[in-house]
Write a protein that binds this ligand. Structure first.
Ligand code: ASP
Ligand code: MG
Length: 420
């Protein structure tokens, strides 16, 4: 079996949905599981619905706009398919019912119950179209397949139970109808033992594809994109970017950890575990080879990769009494960061100061306020964290030239800079 993942941008309109069939025709006769994200910017729109609803605001118009968009795409790809329309409507009614109730005391739980409709709707549209275009297709509810804990918005997978659920759903035992391929299911979501919907964190559909591949012992995962594969840098920032045609899981984990946004960082681990290759390919040019990620590492160091994280804050922490930054101080500082859920992207210490670079999110201000109780804290906003893998001197020189260099760190393979 193969697992294909289509992201929100690739199914954002009727042309995108039709394109899924075009890709599938290229793989006729193969058993394929398709993991789909919410269409376009639906997840962002549903996030606004959650927060407005919890504040007691009227959200009917926002949901109505989403309903129209989805029905319009459905109407374009399968005009007059009344059953499909009614089926989609059912899920909008379900959400309407939920929204006519009252919020719970757990905002994250409410978030997951509501935001997950984006993936349910998109897979309904895609599967309705594929069953017409290809003559067969089954739709599966990811909540019947992926069992998670109840850590809403960042749920963790219960692999053993999920393996059993998947086996049940995909087996064609006696009295059971055989599964017809392609199978379409949702990325980004699962369910608790009690049957409440959970989500795996924003951009989690790549990870979902890897989860399904792991559970089904798939032969490969392909992430279909509007770009020809994984590049060594963001083409919007760097001229002459190069395709990374073959890198190892380790290298891909390093790149995504440092902020390369092509693949969700958690995707690689389950794949590496079972040696399932990951392909990143273009749905525009089906003959282009794209990028391959697997165990082989011989090409890892051939091309330097650049990852830029803008909008960082460089925070510098010094004990008020000028005592050395020692283990007790650091333990306390890390505890404060962990409690405020601020992820440290880079750190450096001198005798008197501990400096970190972090993403500038809503938790940074309260974090700084708390640290100021015990330390002198200075910070620099709007700095850039640049990581270069497999660097050479001329490229580093070009990169840092004319910029104010606040921090520089180098290991054998990786150079990192905080630049103003
Ligand atoms: N729809 C979800 C999001 O936008 C999951 C995904 O796209 O991977 O975050
Ligand atoms: Mg998305």
């Amino acid at each position: 079996m193969k697992v294909f993942k289509f992201g929100g941008a690739s199914v954002k309109d009727a042309a995108g949905v039709r394109n899924v069939a075009r890709v599938l025709r290229h793989f006729q006769g193969e058993e394929i599981l398709i993991v789909v994200s919410a269409m376009g910017k639906t997840t962002n729109a549903l996030e606004r619905v959650v927060w407005d609803w919890r504040e007691g605001k009227h959200v009917g118009d926002q949901v109505e706009a989403l309903r129209r968009q989805h029905l319009a795409v459905l109407g374009e790809v399968v005009p007059g398919f009344e059953e499909a329309e009614a089926w989609l409507q059912e899920y909008f009614d379900e959400l309407g019912e939920l929204l006519s109730g009252t919020p719970t005391d757990n905002p994250d739980q409410d978030y997951d119950q509501i935001v997950s409709y984006g993936e349910l709707w998109s897979t309904q549209v895609v599967s309705a179209y594929l069953s017409e275009a290809l003559g067969a297709c089954s739709w599966m509810d990811a909540r019947d397949l992926v069992r998670t804990d109840a850590l809403y918005r960042a749920a963790r997978v219960d692999w053993e139970t999920s393996a059993e659920l998947v086996k049940e759903q995909f087996s064609s035992g006696e009295g059971q109808e055989p599964v017809s391929y392609p199978v379409v299911t949702q990325g980004f979501m699962g369910a608790t033992e009690e049957g409440l919907t959970t989500t795996l964190g924003r951009e989690g559909s790549d990870f979902s594809a890897a989860i399904f591949a792991y559970l089904l012992d798939a032969g490969s995962v392909t992430i279909w994109k509007d770009v020809p594969g994984m590049f060594n840098a963001d083409p919007n920032r760097f001229p002459d970017t190069k395709l990374l045609s073959h890198i190892s899981y380790r290298e891909a984990i390093e790149l995504s950890y440092f902020g390369a946004s092509v693949i969700h960082p958690r995707t690689l681990q389950p794949l590496q575990h079972k040696h399932i290759p990951l392909y990143v390919r273009s749905f525009v040019d089906l003959d282009a080879p794209g990028s391959t990620i697997d165990d082989r590492s011989e090409n890892d160091s051939l091309i330097p990769s650049f990852i830029v994280k803008p909008g960082q804050v460089l925070i510098s922490i010094t004990p008020r009494d000028l005592s050395f930054i020692v283990e007790e101080n650091l333990a306390h500082i890390f505890e404060v960061f962990a409690r405020h859920r601020v992820r440290i992207d880079l750190m450096q210490n001198t005798a008197l100061a501990f400096s970190v670079s972090v993403d500038n999110g809503p938790h940074v201000k309260p974090l700084i306020m708390e640290l100021r109780g015990a330390y002198e804290v200075r910070y620099n906003k709007d700095v850039e964290l640049v990581t270069v893998r497999h660097y050479d001197e001329p490229t580093l020189h070009k990169l840092t030239q004319g910029r104010e260099l606040l921090i520089e760190q180098r290991s054998r393979n990786t150079a990192r800079f905080v630049l103003k």
